[in-house]
Design a protein around this ligand. Structure first.
Ligand code: SAH
Ligand code: SF4
Length: 473
């Protein structure tokens, strides 16, 4: 591959932090502590990116608010995967006209995948004059410098250059949770599935060095985090660009070696790259959740080929069987697209059959959404919206029925869970996850159980979650 992995020198991040401190001094001199609001759309990688934006904002001396009328700085971290996500962003940014009118000095910034698309950056420039700053995912590391330019130059700043992307270490971070943490292991994607915009906006696959990842995981465990999710668009190709021979299964074993009790999860696994070596590592690493998010996307071989997925339905089913052989208690989840251009009703029926064969614990189902610049957006798409919607509804009904049955089968068991949320007002005050990632709503415990592992008796279930009681003592 022509692309060469580049790691940003740490000095560059230190220079950005110096800018952040300069901004903090400026606010202090003005005698104010500005409030910031970071609004996140889309995937876990975006949530993780927003934690870094908040890290920089905290270094600038900002406090945080959820109230857009109170905020001095609003950062909207956008998603481009489907049109629906883009429309929500644009609608909400349009509504900020009111807040800006009420607070004329308010700074509004848009970042993330939606604005990395040239046509969207131009649309924002043309039609959303209230937006002061626009930057793509490749420029996140220099957010302080871009914001300082907005302050100094008093004009709109747009930073959305095309780039394969770099690996940046050392950007400060303000994490959202205390029990669960995101840990990116790689960025970008090389797969170019024909429907997907991600490779165009997130750049080429580039892996963080294993020693950086292990060091961050150690810090997380020391700080009390107990549920670590490794993130990448396709974690199964982790390490290919490092040239050191370390692959994702090796990385899992390294992380599993960190002392302390915690759970390791990861997403997403591309089926074409999921190997027996990975399944063995998952089965043998006691910290690794027996959960695989293995997006199949479709059940017809012709559609899978048109999607450029690199596997057939039979190959996919073989991998599922092999993974289940290694982990009989495996929780399996997936993503499916309904209505890919040219998908016929018979081809969609093959998706239903595959779902019936695999019986997923839960599924994320999407109606196909054309994305500018992708191959699929240029394909003939004769099936009507109403027809696609009928197929979509049938798939959701099947998914719900299967999840309900799989959850119901766990009622009566006692499972180890990790509590990660508490709301004293709720009917079921504690929320927890089983090792395999299933959500459990609990009674019979309080906030002191947050971050603790303990047994829970499962007493009920729905299609989305389990219900139970803590069974301590
Ligand atoms: N890298 C991950 C996730 C990518 S986006 C993976 O490969 O699985 C998450 C999901 O959004 C995809 O799995 C796919 O099911 C869905 N998706 C992506 N592009 C889409 C589009 N144009 N229309 C509808 N769904 C899409
Ligand atoms: Fe998109 Fe395919 Fe890459 Fe996933 S693997 S991000 S679906 S191109």
């Amino acid at each position: 591959m022509a692309y060469e992995r580049t790691e940003l020198p740490r000095a560059q991040i230190e220079a950005q932090e110096a800018v952040a401190h300069r901004i903090a001094a400026r606010f202090a001199a003005e005698g104010r502590r500005p409030l910031a609001l970071v609004d996140t759309y889309g995937c876990q990688q975006n949530e993780s990116d927003s934690e870094r934006i908040r890290g920089y904002l905290a270094e600038m001396g900002c406090g945080f608010t959820d109230d857009e009328f109170a905020a001095d700085i609003i950062v909207v971290n956008t998603c481009a995967v489907r049109e629906h996500a883009e429309q929500r962003v644009l609608g909400n940014v349009g509504a900020l006209n009111h807040t800006k009118k009420a607070k004329p000095g308010q700074i509004i910034a848009l970042c993330g995948c939606m604005v990395q698309q040239q046509h969207m950056a131009e649309r924002v420039k043309r039609s959303y004059p209230i937006v002061n700053l626009v930057f793509g995912p490749h420029e996140l590391w220099r957010f302080p410098e871009l914001l300082e330019r907005v302050f100094n130059e008093r004009k709109r700043v747009f930073a959305v250059d095309e780039s394969a992307g770099t690996v940046t270490e050392g950007v400060p971070r303000r994490r959202d949770g205390r029990v669960k943490a995101w840990l990116s292991v790689m960025y970008g994607c090389n797969n170019f599935c024909t429907y997907c915009v991600v490779p165009y906006v997130r750049g080429r696959e580039r892996s963080r060095r294993p020693e950086e990842i292990v060091a961050e995981a150690r810090e997380l465990v020391a700080a009390g985090y107990r549920d670590i999710t490794l993130l990448g668009q396709n974690v199964n190709s982790y390490g290919r660009d490092l040239g050191s021979g370390t692959d994702f299964a090796d990385l899992l074993r390294m992380l599993n070696g960190i002392p302390g009790k915690f759970i390791l999860r990861f997403m997403t696994s591309h089926p074409k790259d999921a190997t027996e070596k990975l399944f063995r590592a998952m089965a043998e690493c006691e910290k690794c959740a027996h959960h695989l998010h293995l997006p199949v996307q479709a059940g017809s071989d012709r559609v899978l080929r048109a999607m450029n997925r690199g596997y057939t339905a039979a190959e996919y089913l073989e991998k599922v069987a092999l993974a289940r052989q290694y982990m009989p208690d495996l929780a399996l989840t997936t993503d499916i697209i309904v209505g890919f251009p040219g998908e016929t009703e018979d081809e969609f029926a093959e998706t239903l059959r595959l779902v019936e064969t695999v019986r997923y614990d839960s599924m994320f189902t999407f109606l196909y959404s054309p994305r500018v610049g992708t191959v699929a957006a240029g394909l003939p798409d004769p099936r009507s919206k109403a027809d696609k919607q009928r197929s979509f509804d049938a798939l959701v009904a099947l998914a719900t029925e299967i999840s309900s049955q799989r959850h119901a089968a766990l009622v009566g068991q006692t499972l180890e869970v990790l509590a990660d949320g508490y709301d004293p007002e709720a009917d079921w005050p504690l929320s927890a996850r089983t090792r395999n990632g299933r959500l459990v709503h609990l009674r019979g415990g309080d906030a002191s159980l947050l971050g603790q592992f303990f047994p829970a008796r499962i007493t009920g279930s729905s299609s989305w979650s389990l219900f139970g009681e803590s069974a301590i003592g």
